[in-house]
Design a protein around this ligand. Structure first.
Ligand SMILES: Nc1ncnc2c1ncn2[C@@H]1O[C@H](COP(=O)(O)OP(=O)(O)OP(=O)(O)O)[C@@H](O)[C@H]1O
Ligand SMILES: [Mg+2]
Length: 263
């Protein structure tokens, strides 16, 4: 049974279509990486998947239930099965790391405080931040903040976690550690992860499947091996973009702005 099933989803802003008839699914134990150029609609797609934006048409099912049918309370109940580290590191600045991770449990469950404490400590141990639990977000490094956001996303023991650009703004070593954490979420907890990333190396390392969005359409959905073997020129452009002839020719630029003849 799929954790998430997206069927012919069309969505966007004020009648302007950004996502056009997209279908995909996420099964247990998968890391699904969503890739695509800037402005291709990745973040918009995620907003539809995590309950923030009803689609114009088509459906989103979480655990075989239509996410957007019924009341707002129905929607919140269905969303209790997912975790979101969307704006990574966006923690409440006045609360300690412990209280930030406890927040979803205190706000949406009736669990007694001693149970909450055990659950929070487990998640902090999992992301290797237990020794930082009493610190404020401002007292953590960028990489630690993202791990704290992951701990908070895991607080309610979801089956599925969403992340948008988790490694943005991190140096390569810290970004690589975050990749390892995503794999640990899948392998040790058996939790599926849907992650948007620009980083090709990261995508190839963590993905069970890669979904490529291009101008609102899903133009690829398959394994790392399959995307490497794809002969679709749009896919080729995406995965070879580091080698694309976009290089800036400083000498040529200087000649042009100075009005000098070609050398
Ligand atoms: N709040 C909004 N209101 C209106 N249009 C929006 C809004 N957010 C995004 N868009 C538009 O939707 C399109 C897709 O944007 P989106 O942010 O989903 O792309 P993206 O793939 O996440 O890009 P990036 O890689 O730069 O994060 C763009 O044309 C953008 O201008
Ligand atoms: Mg985005």
């Amino acid at each position: 049974m799929s954790l998430l099933r997206v069927d012919q989803l069309t969505g966007g802003y004020n009648g302007h279509v950004v996502i056009d008839g997209c279908s995909m699914q996420v099964d247990p134990g998968e890391v699904v990486v969503i890739m695509g150029g800037s402005g291709s609609g990745k973040s918009t797609f995620l907003k539809h998947l995590i309950g923030l934006k009803p689609p114009m048409s088509g459906s989103v099912e979480l655990n075989s239930e239509d996410l957007y049918s019924g009341s707002m309370n129905d929607r919140y109940r269905r969303l209790s099965h997912i975790g979101v580290a969307f704006q990574m590191g966006a923690l409440v600045s006045s609360l300690s790391i412990f209280d930030n991770v406890a927040l979803p449990l205190r706000e949406t469950t009736d669990l007694p405080e001693d149970v909450i404490e055990v659950m929070v400590r487990l998640k902090l141990e999992f992301v290797e931040l237990l020794d930082k639990q009493d610190l404020l977000p401002s007292e953590l490094s960028g990489g630690m903040l993202k791990r704290a956001a992951v701990a908070r996303a895991l607080a309610r023991d979801p089956k599925l976690v969403f992340m948008d650009e988790p490694s943005a703004g991190l140096d390569p070593v810290v970004a690589s550690a975050l990749d390892d954490l995503i794999l640990k979420i899948k392998d040790a907890l058996g939790v599926s992860v849907v992650v948007v990333t620009h980083e090709l190396e990261s995508a190839f390392k963590i993905a069970s499947r890669i979904v490529v969005l291009d101008r609102g359409f899903i133009i690829f959905d398959g394994s790392v091996d399959a995307i490497r073997a794809s002969d679709n020129p749009r896919i080729q452009a995406l995965i070879n973009r580091t080698a694309e002839p976009m290089a800036f020719d400083a000498e040529e630029h200087y000649r042009r702005i100075m009005g000098l003849p070609e050398g």
